[in-house]
Design a protein around this ligand. Structure first.
Ligand code: ADP
Ligand code: TYD
Length: 203
């Protein structure tokens, strides 16, 4: 790999979308493809496996106060960024399954009737404290279709309800504007989506 080429590559990439949109499947395959081509790559995810991440998962399961949930997701991410920074500093490509737009879209939906403009509030609260990705892939799929994909899961989290996911879906589309975002049709074939992501990362 030439240095000039590497400079143009995207280094920090996040995967976003509603539950069942394909983030885990695609990010894993993109990771495998990059690795098999010799790239130094890490695949990580949120909520994390740390103490804060586990607490966040409890918040979701027990349907905690949405402000507590929002603050803990953001805390989990700020802590996660310390690790992400270390990886980026040594030149690794970092792929992250869910990141900031998850909080803006999900907690934005949870806080919809509680404060004015919750998305803006959440963005202002966290944006200066986290690392900005070079690319965010948004997998676009209708909530009905994504729910059909995951309905067999043993344990669905309380967020996996159609009415809620409709709101999250609307929020994702609203906030995913600008050059950082690449919206992808989540109903395309897996191989096709993986190929688009891979090519976009290495350009
Ligand atoms: P997420 O991580 O966004 O919740 P997953 O990657 O776990 O979603 O995918 C949910 C389900 O949908 C899995 O059974 C997966 O195999 C399937 N799936 C993912 N992407 C596609 C796709 N493009 N076409 C058809 N099925 C898919
Ligand atoms: P995850 O385990 O990634 O779910 P899935 O694989 O189904 O996409 O995330 C668990 C839940 O946490 C999911 O419903 C989305 C939600 N979530 C938030 O509400 N806010 C956040 O900031 C993040 C990262 C996840």
């Amino acid at each position: 790999m030439e240095t000039g080429e590497k400079k143009e590559m995207k280094q920090f990439i996040t995967f976003e979308g509603i539950d069942g949109s394909g983030k885990s499947t695609i990010s894993k395959e993109v990771y495998e493809k990059l690795k098999s081509e010799g790239y130094d790559v890490v695949l990580t995810y949120e909520p994390t496996d740390t103490m804060i991440g586990k607490y966040v998962q409890q918040c979701i399961k027990t349907q905690s106060d949405p402000f507590v949930t929002a603050f803990t997701f953001i805390a989990d991410r700020i802590q996660h960024c310390k690790q992400i920074k270390e990886w980026l500093d040594v030149g690794k490509i970092v792929l992250c399954d869910r990141y900031a737009e998850s909080t803006y879209s999900y907690q934005g939906a949870q806080l919809q009737n509680q404060i004015k403009n919750p998305i803006k509030w959440l963005q202002e609260l966290s944006e200066d404290r986290i690392i900005m990705p070079d690319r965010t892939f948004l997998f676009v799929i209708q909530p009905k279709e994504s729910l059909a994909r995951i309905k067999h899961r043993d344990e669905l989290v309380p967020f996996e309800r159609l009415s809620f996911l409709e709101k999250v879906h609307t929020n994702y589309l609203k906030i995913s504007k600008g050059e950082r975002f690449l919206k992808l049709d989540g109903t395309k074939k897996i191989d096709e989506i993986v190929d688009i992501c891979y090519k976009d990362i290495i350009q």
